[in-house]
Design a protein around this ligand. Structure first.
Ligand code: SAM
Length: 294
């Protein structure tokens, strides 16, 4: 089996195995060697790394990863792809294929079993229907990962790295930036895939932080606040938070907390950075703790 990464090899292999694309699993396979080089380069994969690849497809990127990494584990949901992967990866002795749904795996256990003292990286051309749940699960699990380098929908990449006051900025930007530093590695047009997706794509690398960039006393309150603020994006922060069924605070308590944080009364959530959200969460925690002792 030669090296994949061009349209002829891919089509030939798919025909040989009578493979039919499953849209529901976001199957758009990469057919551009430059993009494949770019992803592996952006991830800075080396022999000292264990790489978890999510959704290897026919193994195109997996071949590149095997060349560069110490050990690779590829988790693929589609049973029909397993015989193809066994063929395309048979020359490599540093790869294992696991058939299953990545969202149902105990990733911490997988990493423990395979890393053997290596640094851990995640690399994937992600199925777009579950991009955010996959990335958030990886980040929230706090498994020690060096970085996560993923192909995602272009708009999602822009939202991940957006700064306050921009139209792309939202709950996803804050959630990502709480755990990682995002770096846009490449924009990738639809003609680099077979079949072509209906949207543009981008490769984003998330450098995982050892600790969050802000300190906050109650992390779940911080994320409740963030979600409530962006659920009602057009409202002022005070109205948005007061209307939220997720938050147990009165309008007055919220108003007081906003004031104590040093923010203008009519500010909108989209203007706040992580630091301000964390300060506001600490003020609201004071309100809640005060109430408990009344
Ligand atoms: N890595 C290949 C490439 O770049 O050519 C394929 C990428 S394709 C965008 C996404 C892959 O993820 C498909 O092979 C699909 O079957 C697989 N996939 C979809 N949902 C999955 C899940 N929940 N767990 C594991 N793999 C999944």
């Amino acid at each position: 089996m030669g090296k994949l990464g061009n349209p002829q090899e891919t089509i030939h292999l798919l025909q040989k195995h009578d493979f039919h694309f499953r849209k529901k699993w976001g199957q758009n396979f990469l057919i551009d060697p430059h993009v494949l080089d770019k992803i592996v380069e952006a991830a800075e994969v080396g022999k000292e790394d264990f790489v978890l690849e999510i959704g290897p497809g026919i193994g195109t990127m997996t071949q590149y990863l095997c060349e560069w990494a110490g050990q690779v584990l590829a988790v693929e949901i589609d049973k029909n792809l397993i015989p193809i992967l066994e063929e395309t990866l048979k020359e490599y002795d540093n790869v294992e294929i696991l058939q299953g749904d990545i969202l149902k795996q105990d990733i911490r256990q997988i990493v423990e079993n395979y890393k053997e003292g290596r640094s851990v990286k995640v690399v994937a051309n992600l199925p777009y229907y579950i991009t955010t749940p996959i990335i958030m699960r990886l980040l929230e699990s706090r498994i020690p990962l060096a970085n996560i380098t993923v192909m995602v929908q272009k708009e999602v990449a822009e939202r991940m790295k957006a700064q306050p006051g921009t139209k792309e900025y939202g709950a996803l930007s804050l959630a990502i930036q709480y755990y990682a530093r995002p770096y846009l590695a490449a924009n990738v047009p639809p003609n680099c895939f077979i079949p072509r997706p209906g949207v543009g794509s981008a490769v984003i690398r998330l450098d995982c932080l050892d600790k969050p960039p802000v300190e906050v006393q109650d992390e779940s309150l911080l994320f409740c606040l963030i979600h409530a603020s962006f659920n009602q994006r057009r409202k002022t922060l005070q109205n948005g938070l007061a209307n939220s069924s997720e938050l147990p605070f009165t309008r007055e308590e919220i108003g007081r907390a906003i004031q104590n944080t040093g923010l203008p009364a009519d500010i909108r959530g989209e203007k706040l950075g992580l630091k301000e959200f964390a300060a506001l969460a600490d003020e609201l925690k004071k309100e809640r703790d005060g109430k408990q002792y009344e």
